[in-house]
Design a protein around this ligand. Sequence first.
Ligand code: NAD
Length: 439
Amino acid sequence: MRVTMIGTGYVGLVSGVCFADFGHEVVCVDKDPAKIDVLNNGGVPIFEPGLAELVEKNMHAKHLTFTTETEEAVKSADAVFIAVGTPSRRGDGHADLSYVYAAAEEIANYMDGYTVIVTKSTVPVGTGDEVEAIIAKARPDLQPGRDFDVVSNPEFLREGAAITDFKRPDRVVVGTDSEAARTVMRGLYRPLFINETPIVFTNRRTSELIKYAGNAFLATKITFINEMADLCEKLGANVQEVSRGIGLDGRIGKKFLHAGPGYGGSCFPKDTLAVVRTAQEAGAPLKIIEAVVAVNDARKEKMADKVIEGVGGNVKGKTIAVLGLAFKPNTDDMRESPAIAIINKLSAAGANIRAYDPEAMSEAKHQLPDIAYCTNSYECIDGADALVIITEWDQFRALDFARVKSMMVEPVLIDLRNIYNPIRMAEQGFTYISVGRPD
Ligand SMILES: NC(=O)c1ccc[n+]([C@@H]2O[C@H](COP(=O)([O-])OP(=O)(O)OC[C@H]3O[C@@H](n4cnc5c(N)ncnc54)[C@H](O)[C@@H]3O)[C@@H](O)[C@H]2O)c1
């Protein structure tokens, strides 16, 4: 089938490449010419494990092309995906749908023959109705249900494991009442049907809400264990053992129960906020999620306070080494990373920050322009008064602590991801502070 992806960011690029790998003919469109240039020259503009190889393979097989020209790409497509950003709207926390609506208008201008327009962006309930209305208004010659259908197909991939998540998902959700559109969607995801991946067919509004409900639930799980970690600190209990103790219960499950500096990233912060606003306007407030948003916001500040306490209550003039800036390992994505709020607070308190991240430093430089960037962990640690681990990249899990200690002014380690063992660290002579575990 012929697939067009409007928006070639984390989701559009991964989805486009994976559809090409399923054997479809895919054109990825982006309005950012720099991104398309990089791709057409054999590069990949984001860091995502395994992506570069898959792009190369499918470009070589001529299943996959990249362009800035929407017209040609849309004209010939059986399905056009909208995979543009839906950031928080400034001021009110609603999802900003201007990119989605602009994409819908562009698609309308060029559609030719029955076309399925698929919203892959995370969008509030009712956006599919609005996309349909925009297309119908722009093209009075076309009739919804006959000449085109608008389908919701939210994406659940995780950055850092995006390709596996796309090709072996827990489920695929498809929201439409149109049988013709379902047939197209079945064709697109055929390899997953063969794998017996559960495909949830539902109506469009339910599908749109499933995505928000999923993210809100996961954000709640993270926030729950983070608050439990605070309680553990007060009571002398160990949050990792609490997580294990409850996570082994099949009704609870082990995932998303790692205490840390609070959730960040391109999805949870904006999606929790957006669903809170939607629910308030609908007259069915989600009070649990409102609390989750507030607790998570406060948590990042609290983590900076933990660092300040760790160095004796004052960071003025102190050098703090930070390992890990991306909102999680295996991505270069800095959107809403807890590192930003933590570092900003430490800098405001007078600390000199030196940082290292294996992939996210060029992105980080836009958001944190005034800190020093290092080329590896040890350069970062050299001469520091304290070391803070914010993101748990594998390469930070096996530091040579004899070397680290010899390089630091004071052997103070604040481990916001609990990747080291408190007893071992004490044996190595470190003042070791972690999250929700007895010293
Ligand atoms: N990043 C994730 O892990 C993830 C996971 C699931 C769902 N989502 C959702 O997917 C959507 C996209 O997220 P993302 O992280 O890929 O965003 P992104 O910012 O990385 O990419 C969006 C891309 O769309 C392009 N674009 C915008 N308008 C365009 C237009 N009219 N024509 C062509 N290109 C256009 C932008 O230039 C940009 O490259 C969001 O709604 C997000 O919530 C993201």
